[in-house]
Design a binder for this molecule. Sequence first.
Ligand code: S3P
Length: 445
Amino acid sequence: MNVGGTLIAGPASGALKGRVTVPGDKSMSHRAVMLASLADGITEIHGFLPGEDNLATAQMFVEMGVVIEWLNDEKTSLRVHGVGLHGLKQPQNMLDAGNSGTCVRLMTGVLAGQSFSSTMTGDASLCKRPMKRVVDPVRSMGAEVDGGDGGNLLPITIQGGALEAIQHVSEVASAQVKSCVLLAGLFAEGETTVVEPRPTRDHTERMLPLFGQPVQVDDRGVIRLKPTGKLTAPKEPVHIPADPSSATFFAVAASLIKGSDITLERIGMNPLRNGWSRILSDMGGNLELQREGVVGEERVADIHVTSQRLIGVRVNPADVPDAIDEFPVLFAAASLADGEFLLSEAEELRVKESDRIAVMARALISAGAVIEERPDGALIRGGVLKGGCTVNAEGDHRIAMAMAVAAQCANAEVSIENAAAIDTSFPDFVPLARRLGMNVRWQDD
Ligand code: S3P
C-alpha cells in the first residue's frame, strides 16, 4: 500500500474557473504499451499517463527486453520498440505491478502465452485482491499458475506455453478479466470468445484492430478473437484521450461549488466509461459537450461544467460497470446533494484498491455525512458536511481525491491521511486542482 502523504483540503474560498487538460487515460495507457511491446515494429504513443500504475506496466516490458524511449521529460510520449508476440525474454527478477490491478490482471494473459516462467507481485493492497478471476481462465487455456490461496493471491508464478482457445463466460462484469482472456487468446490455438454478464469498457477490443488484430462483437455481445499470429505496429502514432475518471473529480467539484464554470478538455467519451456523466446529469449536473470528435477509435469531447444544486438519485444497476471507478467521488457529490442517493449491485467496489464502500463511508461519516452501508452499495442522505476532521484514504488514490473534492464544500478543513497513492493515477492532481481554484495542498508543502 502506498502509505503516507497527508492532503489538507477545503473549504473552497470561491468558485472554480478555467480550462484544464487532465492526464491520459489509465486503462488505455496500459493497453497501448502492452500491445506496442508485443507488436512487430516501433509504435509511438502520445498522451500516455505517467502514473505509477502505467510505469509499472512499462517497466515489466523493459525487464523482458523491450526498449522504451521516452520522448519528453514528463513521460507522456514514448516510442516502444516492439519485439513481436514471441520476442519477450524471461525476466531476471520478480515483476512488480505495484498498486495496479489492471497491470497484473492483463499481464496474466500476456505471460500465460510465454514459453518461460515468470512471477508477478504487487504492493500490500494488490496482494489482498482476488486473482482467481484471471488465473482460472488462463489455467483452462493450458498455463500453469501457482500462488497463495490456490493461485488467488499474489505473488503468482505463471508457466506459459502452448495455449488452447476457450469460450469464457465471465461471472463478474470486469474489463480486466475480459482483456486478460483476449490477450491470452492472441497466443492460443483457435478462436477465443468471451461473454460478460454486463458490457464493460471495450478499450482492448477497440485497440487490437489498430495493431492488425481484428476482434468481432456479435449482436448478443459475444466477443470473438481469432488470432492472426502477429501484431503490427500502427503507422500512425497512438493518441490517448484524457482520462474521464480523472476529469470526474473536477466535474463534481465544479458542480458543487457555487458560481463555478470550468472546461475539461479532450476527455474520453467512450459510452462504457461515461456512466459518471449520466449519473451526474441525472443528479442535476450541468454538463455540456463541446468540440466532439474521435481520437483513434475513441470518442472525445470538451466538457463544460457549471455549478448546479444536485439531487440524490437511485443509480440504475446497468450503469454500474460504466462508472465503477467514479463512485468514490459520486458518493462525495451525494453526501452534499438534496435527498437520497442509492447505489446497489456494486459489490465489486469492495475489491478495488480498497473496500471503497467501507472506506468512503467511514471518511464521509467522520466529515458529518449520513450513510447507510449496504453489502452491495450504500444509501446516502445528502446534507451538510461539517468537516474539521482527519480521515484515512487507506492508500487508495480515488478515495483521497474524492475526499479532497468533498472537503471543498465542508464547513471546515479536512486532513486526508495516506493520500500519496494519488501518484498511481493522477500525479498532477494537486497543481491542477489548485489552478482551477480548489483549496488543497500537501501538508509538507
Ligand atoms: C480497468 C477495469 C476496471 C477498473 C479499473 C481499470 C481496466 O476494473 O476498475 O480501474 O483498465 O480494464 P474491473 O475490470 O475489475 O472492473
